[in-house]
Design a protein around this ligand. Structure first.
Ligand code: ATP
Ligand code: ZN
Length: 283
């Protein structure tokens, strides 16, 4: 039987979440940190553990059929691959930052200045689009110390909380690009039945992460008002309780308006509210 290969990061910020996602999809495999490759025992997939920088090219060239990698790395390597699914983790922003005492206020103030980065391709495109000529200094790590060492006037690097910038006396100046982990595939692979099956499983896991299962009790007299707040997957389940005129309502609500809805439900008179995570939603 045909087996596909998926490349994920060996160690680093995307490793744990990538492994977790595949396990939530029901794949059984060993996650030996020391090995380069492992095979799922219950799904036709081999998992390759690689440096994230190598993943886009491996997928483009078909050495791996699929890969999980940050959008920033895909854009920087300028490969031709197919985006199969945004995965919602590894979120970060590529930002230009300047020393706190910098006089630059608008992007055009960087004209003629030097910017240190590990993302020269993305940065050059951004500067070109904004018609700014700056001197890009490519360095491979610890970009945030460059201005302090007198290597550059500004930096362009990945930021999530901004605490690394702050501790190096830098302030965010401009957003260049947003990024998150993406499932990519070799061009043409999207029609492969194994990919279709894996993608369905991933989407049901992602869908479940966005929602909560809620059970609550209410007096029947408040039921219409409560149901008006709860759309449910199709429609909520209403079950009579032993106590006369009381019912239990079971439904699914989006994580995004969770607190808002829970507080409104309590105000209407909902009691004994239980909120549970959902493992998968099969649509
Ligand atoms: P590797 O050894 O695989 O080359 P790395 O050091 O290049 O690892 P990590 O720091 O593990 O990479 O980051 C991997 C990806 O995680 C980044 O390319 C980016 O997409 C994402 N990411 C999310 N938040 C951050 C952050 N705060 N800093 C850096 N990367 C982040
Ligand atoms: Zn890397």
């Amino acid at each position: 039987m045909e087996t596909l290969k998926i490349a994920i990061q060996k160690s680093g910020r995307l490793n744990e979440k990538s492994v977790e996602l595949l396990k939530k999809c029901g794949l059984n495999f060993d996650n030996y940190k020391s090995s380069l490759m492992t095979t799922a025992s219950n799904f036709p997939l081999e998992i390759l553990f690689l440096r994230d920088d190598d993943i886009p090219e491996y997928v483009q060239d078909g050495i791996a059929d699929l890969g999980i990698v940050g959008e920033n790395v895909i854009d920087e390597t300028e490969v031709s691959v197919t985006y199969l699914q945004r995965l919602g983790f590894g979120k970060c922003t590529l930002k230009i930052a300047v020393p706190a005492d910098s006089k630059a206020t608008i992007l055009q103030d960087l004209e003629g200045k030097s910017i240190a980065t590990s993302y020269p391709v993305i940065l050059q495109k951004f500067l070109d689009k904004n018609k700014v000529n700056a001197d890009i200094r490519t360095i491979s790590g610890s970009v945030e110390i460059a201005p302090g060492l007198g290597l550059s006037d500004a930096i362009c690097d990945i930021v999530s909380t901004g605490s690394t910038l702050k501790s190096n006396g830098l302030i965010p100046f401009a957003d260049v690009a947003k990024s998150e982990a993406i499932l990519i595939g070799m061009n043409g692979i999207a029609k492969n039945p194994i990919v279709i099956e894996l993608l369905q499983r991933i989407q049901s896991v992602l869908k479940a992460q966005e929602t909560k299962y809620v059970v609550l009790n209410t007096d029947r007299k408040n039921l219409d008002e409560i149901l008006a707040l709860l759309p449910g997957v199709k429609s909520p389940t209403v079950v009579p309780l032993a106590e006369e005129n009381w019912v239990a309502v079971h439904t699914v609500i989006p994580e995004a308006d969770f607190w808002n809805k829970i507080n409104k439900l309590k105000a209407i008179g909902a009691q004994g509210i239980l909120v549970m995570p959902i493992e998968k939603i099969i649509l």
